[in-house]
Design a protein around this ligand. Structure first.
Ligand code: FAD
Ligand code: MLT
Ligand code: ZN
Length: 426
């Protein structure tokens, strides 16, 4: 979707090396593109012209794990899955999980403020990241690497680097609060006949599962068909218009099972859920998760994917997919919806055999206007990067965008850090 023409890729190993690179690039007004695992979906990690790519791949050391507090300090190039396996040895887990875990970096996650599959339970990285060390465009190292859960000393500057997609500084280290790793995990895969039933089931899951609810995900029929057809994965239940994945995580298997059974009995007796299965063994849990996590990958086999990542009030959640499907008619292969329904985050994806400008012009800006009308966000978790930056005004006021531009000027006066990303052209 996006491609640059860089001829230089640098792979620093230390904060000092990042500082020396940025100091040189700033003096010579050379633009840079910070790159983590390169799994971003909005073109933020891809150079636009000939930017110097700064890959964080070799900055992958875990510096400390405090098993008392759960606070972990590491370099930003740690791959999410590897970091999670590392902290598992201390009975902890990284409070973030996403389909790209095998490639994305924790520094990339922080820089995009990634949401993922368990934000519902563990909250956003603005809450769990306790400290950040970052290098400014000038090469100056800003040490905000607090490891304390409570630290109200002045402005909390780390938040500037969380979600700013490499436009305000390069994140070199971070401290993250890791919760205890659950010892009892169950995953229910449910089939439902109507979207109202989906909403009701989410509400019941919150009230009946309470603190053990760790994920609530949504898949529509077309998304599941895509995974089944293109990746040959098999659904554990018969076809339904809608599906939900409901995960519980806790420390007492019997207690969790009893709660989950009560919930399932309730939603099945009331007729909200018409079929379902529960997995407790790791291999079945993994298979069911792959039906959800691999949708993005399966869409690629359709041809070209027009990807949207939208926050939307729950009553409007699926209407958007239905409206867009009707609006686009037979000019496309698929218009499907899935996502983190527990966080009001819809992934609306449209595929066509190949990229067609005419299809894109029918989707955009209609989809953003629709989102703004219901006071949603045009980028829930993927960021703006290169592809969505000129639509920022659908979700942010002129005043807020003006302040963002002023902050960028102060922190990166020569505009070398990831230019053409996040901020709009005008
Ligand atoms: P990159 O793609 O390399 O970079 C992303 C942005 O951050 C770029 O702007 C880059 O310049 C900047 N950046 C990277 N590292 C640094 C650094 N150290 N300092 C400063 N800037 C930096 N996202 C979600 O939020 N939730 C999901 O559930 C989710 N699922 C996904 C599933 C799949 C299969 C795929 C392919 C992607 C998914 N994503 C998801 C999107 C993507 O994985 C996330 O945005 C992820 O956080 C990006 O991490 P990365 O290391 O690959 O960063
Ligand atoms: C997901 O939740 O699967 C990701 O954010 C990727 C996508 O939007 O397809
Ligand atoms: Zn997602």
């Amino acid at each position: 979707m996006v491609r640059g023409a860089s001829s230089v890729l640098l792979k620093p190993k230390t904060t000092e090396e990042v500082s020396a690179i940025l100091s040189y690039c700033n003096q010579h007004k050379l633009a840079v593109c910070p790159q983590g695992g390169n799994t971003g979906l909005v073109g933020g990690s891809v150079p636009v012209f000939d930017e110097v790519i700064i890959s964080m791949a070799l900055m992958n050391q875990v510096e400390s794990v405090d098993s008392w507090s759960g606070v972990v300090v590491c370099q930003s190039g740690c791959v999410l899955e590897a970091l999670d396996q590392h902290v598992a040895e201390h009975g902890l887990m990284v409070p973030l999980d996403l389909g790209a875990k095998g490639s994305c970096h924790i520094g990339g996650n922080v820089s995009t403020n990634a949401g993922g599959l368990r934000l519902l339970r563990y909250g956003s990285l603005h809450g769990s990241v306790l400290g950040v060390e970052a290098v400014l465009a000038s090469g100056e190292v800003i040490d905000c690497l607090s490891t304390m859960k409570k630290d109200n000393t002045g402005y909390d500057l780390k938040h500037l680097f969380i979600g700013s997609e490499g436009t305000l500084g390069i994140v070199t280290k971070l401290a993250i609060n890791c919760p205890p790793r659950p010892t009892a995990v169950n995953l229910a895969f449910l089939g439902l006949q109507s979207f109202d039933d989906v909403l009701q089931t989410f509400r019941d899951a919150k009230s009946k599962l309470g603190e053990i609810l760790s994920s609530c995900e949504f898949i529509d029929r077309s998304s599941l068909e895509c995974v089944e057809e293109n990746l040959k994965l098999k659904s554990p239940i018969e076809p339904h218009p809608y599906y939900m994945l409901i995960e519980t995580s806790g420390s007492n298997g019997d207690h969790d099972e009893e709660k989950l059974n009560t919930f399932l009995e309730y939603v099945m007796t009331s007729g909200q859920v018409t079929d379902g299965t529960v997995a407790t063994e790791p291999s079945r849990i993994q298979h069911i998760w792959s039906l959800r996590e691999r949708i993005a990958e399966s869409l690629i086999a359709d041809g070209y994917t027009y990807k949207y990542d939208i926050s939307i009030p729950l009553p409007h959640f699926y209407k958007m997919v239905e409206d867009m499907r009707e609006h686009l008619g037979s000019s496309i292969i698929r218009c499907c919806g899935y996502g983190h329904i527990g966080d009001g985050n819809l992934h609306l994806n449209i595929t066509s055999k190949e990229y067609e400008k005419e299809i894109l012009s029918r989707i955009e800006p209609t989809i953003f206007e629709w989102t703004a009308r219901v006071k949603g966000s045009i980028s829930a978790e993927h960021g703006l990067g290169f592809k969505k930056r000129n639509y920022i005004h659908f979700s942010k006021s002129d005043g807020a965008i003006g302040l963002m531009k002023q902050m960028k000027k102060i922190m990166d006066p020569n505009g070398i850090l990831n230019p053409y990303k996040v901020l709009p052209d005008n």
